[in-house]
Design a protein around this ligand. Structure first.
Ligand code: ATP
Length: 239
């Protein structure tokens, strides 16, 4: 994939069925996003939103049609570059047994310097602290025993989402898939999350799985899924 800049997205007649499931989870999905555009993806539980997100990360290949990111069929994309350039931000952030530092840099695979060792990581650490500060987790880090060397422990849905933002900022992706927290966040966290979304989407292409109608105010296009099919799709201003 292109190493920098926003990545366009094109789905052409995409279908997908889980191997152990008769009903297709997605069928006939066609949509495009120009680099820098945002799509709001809505639909009831089980309509296929998460499945669509999984195809964009190439956790699965479509059983029909093609998924293109940055002009490249995902089947031809380098997995390493896909992992760097397409970020997913959810409230179910995956935490690993390890330090905050390791969790942010995915054991060094996301930062250029690849240092997850404690020695000589000072410069990196400043960057990690700045990123955590930027997403509103500065106070959380300060209170955490061990700081960057500490284990993150239990996170609230809001904190998890903020940590996922921090991870995404470090990777500098060109396409961001955002699965909005569906649970209520406290007002301060909510403000940090809104701010994080705005900054993360700035200059990047975004797919926002929206659980609140108010979130759709900032998207360019809206896609409504029902039982794996697009029942509405178009520019927000036309719908
Ligand atoms: P939610 O809002 O609850 O996250 P969703 O819109 O994201 O729902 P999906 O999770 O994509 O919906 O599910 C779409 C369909 O695929 C559902 O019928 C679901 O039961 C089925 N499905 C999802 N994951 C799997 C799986 N791993 N194996 C088999 N079927 C699955």
């Amino acid at each position: 994939l292109p190493a920098a800049g926003a990545l366009g997205l094109r789905l052409a007649d995409v279908g997908f069925a889980y191997p152990d499931d008769g009903e297709p989870a997605l069928s006939g999905i066609t949509l495009t996003l120009a680099p820098g555009e945002r799509l709001g993806l809505v639909g009831r539980t089980g309509s296929g939103k998460t499945t669509l997100a999984k195809l964009l990360l190439r956790l699965y290949d479509p059983t029909g049609g093609t998924v293109e990111i940055g002009g490249l069929d995902l089947r031809e994309a380098d997995p390493e570059s896909l992992r760097r350039r397409v970020a997913v931000v959810t409230q179910d952030v995956r935490l690993f047994a390890g330090s905050v530092r390791d969790n942010l840099t995915l054991f060094g695979t996301l930062s250029e310097s690849r240092s997850s060792t404690r020695s000589g990581a000072g410069h990196d650490d400043d960057r990690l602290r700045a990123v955590l500060d930027g997403v509103g987790l500065g106070g959380w880090l300060a209170a955490l025993p061990g700081g960057l060397d500490g284990e993150p422990g239990e996170l609230s849905a809001g904190e998890a989402q903020l940590l996922a933002f921090a991870r995404a900022f470090l990777a500098d992706p060109g396409l961001v898939i955002l699965d909005e927290a569906s649970s209520r966040l406290d007002p301060a966290t909510e403000r940090h999350v809104e701010d994080g979304v705005r900054r993360l989407l700035d200059g990047r292409t975004g797919v926002l799985i929206a659980h609140r109608l108010s979130s759709l105010a900032h998207v360019d296009k809206i896609a409504v899924l029902e039982r794996g099919k697009l029942v509405e799709y178009g520019r927000r201003t036309d719908l």
